[in-house]
Design a protein around this ligand. Structure first.
Ligand code: AP5
Ligand code: MG
Length: 200
């Protein structure tokens, strides 16, 4: 299975990706976690991107694409992936589709976790992950989400393999909703005999 999780900062992408990875025996790949690991380990990528991550700005596409290629291919070879935080712009989605469809590893379903701003802010302040969970940077991350990622949702809108789940429910309820929708999608795909991932 090959899944995408799309949602604002604090929407629960990491929380649900981890659950789905266990549930379906696929690999959880978080662009943010990998980037933060580079920063922690002070790799050359880490040194290039630290300022972006700390400020809540998007890291340049080429860096993210290069970083993800190997883990995604490895994940596909061992059963599939749930990608958390990538793609997060229309450009990234188009570039990823080019690469992934050439390799036969294009996405099969995209889940949008919908949570209102006040709840996102509450969760992120409570978590306090590091430099990017301050009030000021959270506000900027939400701005970047509206400017750069909402257009991605618009771009995917109407595709039968993309659906929205109410992310304000408990983690268990969100997970059940996602699984229910994935089951319906699988039934639909079987009956229609078509795959997903085609960006049109
Ligand atoms: P990234 O790591 O992707 O961060 P984010 O999108 O800001 O999202 P978070 O990880 O903060 O939240 P989440 O949705 O995973 O929620 P979580 O499950 O943790 O990106 C960080 C940075 O990396 C970016 O700003 C950018 O610089 C860079 N980057 C990453 N990807 C990039 C890309 N593709 N291109 C360019 N740059 C990129 O939950 C949050 C909290 O809420 C937790 O405490 C959790 O316990 C709690 N919670 C979760 N679910 C629930 C629930 N249902 N009810 C109550 N609480 C809940
Ligand atoms: Mg996360």
């Amino acid at each position: 299975m090959r899944l995408l999780l799309i949602g604002a900062p604090g929407a629960g992408k990491g929380t649900q990706a981890q659950r789905l990875a266990e549930r379906f025996n696929i690999t959880h790949i978080s662009s943010g976690d990998l980037l933060r690991q580079h920063v922690r380990e002070q790799t050359s990528i880490g040194q290039t991107i630290k300022a972006y991550v700390d400020a809540g700005d998007l890291v340049p596409d080429a860096v993210v694409m290069d970083m993800l290629r190997k883990p995604v291919v490895a994940a596909v070879e061992s059963g599939g992936y749930v990608l958390d935080g990538f793609p997060r712009t229309v450009d990234q989605a188009k570039a990823a589709f080019e690469v992934a469809s050439a390799l036969g590893v294009a996405v099969q379903a995209a889940v949008h976790l919908d949570v209102p701003d006040d709840e996102l802010i509450r969760r992120l302040l409570a978590r306090g992950r590091g430099a990017d969970d301050t009030e000021e940077v959270i506000a900027h991350r939400l701005h970047v989400y509206r400017e750069m990622t909402i257009p991605l949702l618009d771009y995917y809108a109407g595709r039968e393999w993309m659906f929205t789940v109410d992310g304000t429910q408990s983690p268990d309820e969100v997970e059940q909703d996602i699984e229910g929708r994935l089951r319906k999608l699988a039934a639909f795909d079987t009956s229609q005999g078509r795959g997903a991932g085609d960006p049109g």
